[in-house]
Design a protein around this ligand. Sequence first.
Ligand code: ATP
Ligand code: MG
Length: 340
Amino acid sequence: MKKRILTGDRPTGPLHLGHYVGTLANRVRLQDEYEVFLVVADYHALTRDQEKAHIVATRQFSRELVLDYLAVGIDPDKTTMYVQSDVPSVCELHLLFSMLITTPRLDRVPSLKEVMDAEHIEQPTYGLLGYPVLQAADILHVKAHLVPVGKDQESHIEVTRELARRFNFLYGQVFPEPDALIGDVPTLPGTDGKSKMSKSVGNAIFLSDDAKTVEQKVRAMYTDPTRIRADIPAEPEGNPVFAYHDAFNQNKAEVEDLKTRYRTGKVGDVEVKKKLAAALNVFLDPIRERRAYFAARPKLVDEILAAGIAKVRPISQQTVDDAREAMGLGKAQSSVDSQQ
Ligand code: ATP
Ligand code: MG
């Protein structure tokens, strides 16, 4: 039997270049080797925003997310995609896991503080503190072995591993201890020079942006603020424009030439950015084409998500039954009834 992958994204906006290098490329690459599950994490989106209008908007984003998956090359015949709240048995596992971890441990998860800062949250809700516990339930209700994520989520997978270990120690072997798989670029910086491109911060180039938008965003990108003229030698390291060249420009000789001239004060930012916008558009063109193809078939997304529910629900229920039995709770009555 193939080992399983589970990973996913919050439906809080379109996917961007950071997602591609951080996790999407690995998901596409491993579709044959693993049985892959992608969760559209709409419960997780509630940790940020509880306003009804925004919750309703996540439903549209969920569909867009599936289109983004298809556009980068996720094959619906190989990969299972589903919306988290369509498989609510994950909540039961979340509750069981929540008894096995302390709040000080969750307080120490580094992304918590980062999210609170970025989103101007003064006190975390119970749900936000439990973000990595719900993520552990997502991963472990399909007993996944591998979780392709960006570097910012590595600490969450550590929580998953601890929960699996703790559960297995107390009640017997039920869960695998999954590994995180970090992408080629662990964290892609934002167009504003901030350390991480994020869909909700306004510093992202989206996979669905058209060529003109990409050119505009690149032109406005943050570069070395001390370099006020093209003849000032400067270091490409730490400059997001060069980070994107490294990640997406297939013409490696061009990248090396630009870096050499940058170091010696022989190239202007305008040229470096023009070449970057062109390279990004070469990278994005086939993604845009596939997206348009699938967007013209709106029923397809419904079918994919319905198939996802049908596949994941029984797996999830079986895992919850396994966990309950191991703990001594016994199978839930509804689960016993449905088997008679
Ligand atoms: P939000 O601002 O809503 O948190 P996000 O852009 O951080 O959005 P998530 O849905 O939180 O996206 O993350 C989805 C996946 O993409 C995670 O595995 C995360 O680690 C990865 N990821 C997100 N941003 C980047 C980035 N800039 N570089 C590399 N990986 C990233
Ligand atoms: Mg995030």
